[in-house]
Write a protein that binds this ligand. Structure first.
Ligand SMILES: C[S@@+](CC[C@H](N)C(=O)[O-])C[C@H]1O[C@@H](n2cnc3c(N)ncnc32)[C@H](O)[C@@H]1O
Length: 321
């Protein structure tokens, strides 16, 4: 897959997703990643399209008056939540490359009368439209995995450029614990769904370090990625949704567990069927997301990092905790 093809597919996919109108779905997904009912009630439901894969705000320690940049802001979900935290004296800038997402976030901004948030059209590999050194904090939720591998390093350099000295970074993203199988890597549906483009944890660490970040903290949140495929539009659970083992018995046998242990089905009488050998290419777009990227144990990693400045490390480390 070349970079242009990836960008085209990612744009097309998120343009379609921007038209989604199922707030209950978004709410169920967000709550599964730790957002509270109260937080969600503080923003327009339309901003939450159920695209998050963690909760960067939970580790961002955002204070009143701060400037926050949200990379890949989508319909403005975390940007609007952050705008509630920074208050009228602070500012939030959401960055997205997708015009339809930007149209949606700007519409919500106008409808809700928010004056401390703005949305900027830009790729996150080159945000020249934003001045250097203005942000206290950068957040991002399930976006960096969508950037073509060869360009990811640019994203981290840009984040470092945009942060004030001593600024901090709080990211939720999906990453792989081990190399992904080629069939999965080249699966475009899984790529735009934030799985196939996942970097391995050591690569992510290196991107951060090479860009100049220090005090890097990686947390396994052990979230269940199957929430996306197991949730109905009305937010209820697909009780009879069956998740077959993705890569066949040999691949899914771990620690002596049989592959059938990895099946998830709400109705046990159907479990036997769905757990029968499922090793087809088709299953790659429907199966157990946790198994494929070995994220059931690793789950979603959250990272916090600080822009390193001599003498400020301890203070910043404390704030991050
Ligand atoms: C999975 S969605 C997450 C949206 C939002 N962070 C949320 O949690 O609701 C990914 C978003 O990142 C945007 N995006 C993907 N790649 C991007 C890039 N290279 N530059 C800017 N935006 C990008 C997409 O347009 C989409 O809005």
């Amino acid at each position: 897959m070349d970079s242009q093809e990836i960008y085209d597919k990612v744009r097309g996919h998120y343009s379609a997703v921007s038209q989604r109108t199922s707030p209950e779905y978004g709410s169920t997904v967000a709550k599964s990643f730790g957002y509270s009912e109260k937080e969600l009630a503080g923003i327009s439901q339309e901003a939450n399209l159920g695209l998050s894969c963690g909760n960067p705000l939970a580790i961002a320690s955002i204070c009143e008056g701060e400037t926050v940049i949200d990379l890949g802001s989508g319909a403005g979900f975390d940007a609007f939540l952050a705008s509630n935290k920074v208050g009228p004296s602070g500012k939030v800038i959401g960055v997205d490359m997708n015009k339809d997402m930007l149209a949606k976030s700007n519409k919500i901004k106008i409808e809700t009368g928010k004056t401390n948030v703005e949305f900027v059209e830009s790729g996150i590999t080159d945000m020249a439209v934003i001045e250097s050194g203005i942000a206290h904090c950068i957040i991002s939720n399930c976006v960096i995995n969508l950037v073509p591998a060869a360009e990811k390093t640019l994203v981290f350099k840009e984040m470092f450029r945009l942060l004030k000295p001593g600024g901090r970074l709080a990211i939720s993203d999906i990453m792989a614990k081990k190399p992904l199988p080629e069939a999965l890597r080249s699966d475009m549906a899984m790529y735009v769904g934030c799985i196939s483009g996942a970097s391995e944890a050591y690569e992510y660490q290196k991107f951060l370090e090479d860009a100049g970040f220090r005090e890097i903290l990686i947390t396994d949140t052990k979230c269940d990625l199957n929430v996306y495929i197991q949730t109905n539009d009305d937010g209820s659970n697909k009780a009879d949704y069956c998740i077959p083992p993705a890569l066949g018995k040999a691949e899914t046998e771990k620690d002596g567990e049989a592959s059938s242990d990895y099946c998830t089905a709400g109705i046990s009488s159907r479990a036997a069927n769905c757990c029968a050998a499922e090793n087809s290419y088709v299953s790659l777009t429907q199966g157990n997301l946790n198994d494929w990227v070995d994220l059931r144990k690793q789950s979603i990693a959250m990272r916090a990092a600080t822009r390193h400045v001599q003498g400020l490390e301890n203070e910043l480390a404390l704030r991050l905790m």
